[in-house]
Structures are given as structure tokens and as C-alpha cells.
Design a protein around this ligand. Sequence first.
Ligand SMILES: [Zn+2]
Length: 379
Amino acid sequence: MELRCAGQFCEADTPMSFSDFHGNSEIVNRLREMLARDHFPHAVVLAGSQGCGKYTLAVMLAQAMNCLSPIATNGLPDFCGKCANCTRTAEGRDLDERFAQAVEARENLAEADKKETRIFVQTHPDVLVIPPDPPQMMIKVDQVRRVIETIYYRPAEGRERIYIFTDSAVMKEAANALLKVLEEPPEFATIFLLTENPGELLPTIRSRSMVFTLCALSPEEIEKDLAKQRPEWKPSHRALVARLSEGAVGKARSFDLAAYTAARDHALAILHSALRGGEHSELFKITESYRPGAEGREKTEALIRTLYSLLRDLVFIESGAPELIRNSDISTELKRLSESADFEWISVASDRLAEVERGMRRNLLRSLSLDAFAAALEK
Ligand SMILES: [Zn+2]
């Protein structure tokens, strides 16, 4: 049994050609050249950090392989983005959402069926996306069996059968089954294996695949992409997100700016109060809003991450390297803060913050340990 989900096709955010893929143009061009020469490998490993575009690129290649009105751009094969094969394949682009839908559909099944149902995302009959199956979040042997059952049939509506494994956490039995397919893939099938760490894949799987590693983009490249994708953000916020997303354009595009700035406002208030003293009621109002429980935990974790990122920026300023700070949109405020902080204070603050983290793991009342943190940092 399998679950398929067919979502709403949204034209507005659907890429219409490879020119919508940002960065790594050398790798993209090499893959397109192989398409042009009809020498595309049967197994391709796309490696790179989270959000670097592995899945987006695999979907684009699937579109190019099966496009009904294929075009050429810059002398290389491209896809039209409009034909039935392109649009239906593109429906699988929002992997997180499709995955959540498939998981929810399984949750609604009867107990007996639930056990035998594996998670797949399929919006086109010739393109099967295989995500890690919860709760273990591993690729399971039943998922690979589904690949084996279908891969030897000629494509139904395109020229190529395409399988996209979105993660390299593969259970051992599943990896061995996958290896069998890779030994004798049919002429008309392509398997994409996406991974953050190619070392996680069996060496025998790697050796049967062609590995391409997508590199992180520079903050400037990401800023350029955000100018197109997030025109509603202020330029200073786009610069901030570009620095916080560590070269991953996907991470940058889906960055929750409102949540980040909310956490940062609190973090700044805590640092101000610690470094400059004065009125405490404001601070207590903030720390009080961090409650125990799952939601409070997430909020506190976000606050702690933000505090660390501010402390790191203060170190950069103290070290005379203000150009390295990530919270570039509030550099003036950080410079002012740094006037009352020195290396010693920053290092004590980091230690105390680590204590708060440990306290959270022991499940202490969140607001209490945050109060203690703020008090302990006072000069
Ligand atoms: Zn097309």
C-alpha cells in the first residue's frame, strides 16, 4: 500500500527554467550537458548541506527529462515549466508540505494498514519521491521494494522513470536492496540520492553513482536571490538572513524572520539589562513569558541560540572584525553594547548560557533559569 498526495499547483512560485536555480552553475551545466549528450548516469548522488538546493535541482532535472516541449537555454537542455509533465512534477516541489500530507494520511488509516503503509510523495506517475519514513526517519526496505516493483516498467507518460531518495539514512536491508537495483538499472530509469553527507552511503552504492557536491553560496549570492524571492523584506533584513542561513538558499528563503527578530529583541533586552543595569521589571516580563512545556521549550531554545549568536557577534567586534558579524542590521546597537562588554564578560556569559541549557535538559522551570541567567550576568 502506498500514499500519494496531489497538491494544489501554484504557478506563481514554480520555476520555469534552470535559470531559477541559484548558484552552483558549473555543476548544473555539467548535468545538463550529460542530458544533452544522452549520457545521463543512472544513479546520481547530490550532496550538500541542508537547504542548498539538492531536491530542487533533482526535481528540475526530472522536469527536463520528461518535458513534453523541451527547450534549450544557453545552448543546453531546459524544461518548459508549462506542460503536463512539468507542472505535475513541480507539484512535488514543496517537499515538507507533501511529506506532512502523506504522514497525516497514514495517521488516519486503520491501525493494521498503518503498519504496512510506507511514505511516498508522488505527483507524477513516472516520478517517485522516497523520503525517510517516520518515526525512525530512515529509508526502509519496503520503500526500496516499491522502487524495485516499478522501475523495470517503461515510463507511463514521460521518457524516463525517476526516483528521488531525499535522505541517506537508509536501513541496512534497504541499502542492500537498493544496491541490487543499482547493479542493473533499466535504461530508462534515473535514481537520485540526496545526502548531506555522502560518507553515510554504502561505499558500494557510492561507487555505482556519480557524486556531485553542491557548495554553499556566499551571503552576497543569497542576498541577490532574496531580493527576487523576498522583495517585501528590508534590504538590511535580507542581509541578515543571508548571513544566518550559512550558504543554504532554501534555508534563507524559508527563514522565519518574525520569529527570529522576536527572539532577538528578548535576547537584546536581557543583554542590555545585564550590561547596563537599571530597570528590571521589563526583564522579568520577558523571562516570565518563557513557560515550561513543549512550546516554551522551543521558544527558550530559540532565545538561547539567538543569545549565542549575539555573543559571537560581540566577540567579532571586540576582536576588531566587525565585518564578520551576522546580525549586521543592528551593528550600531551591537557596537554600543560591546562598549560595556569585554572578552572576560562574554566568556562568563557563554558559560552561564551553557548552564541554562543544561538546566533545560534537566527540565527545570524555564523562567527561573532565565532569571538566574540574567541576574548572574549583571556587572
Ligand atoms: Zn515541460
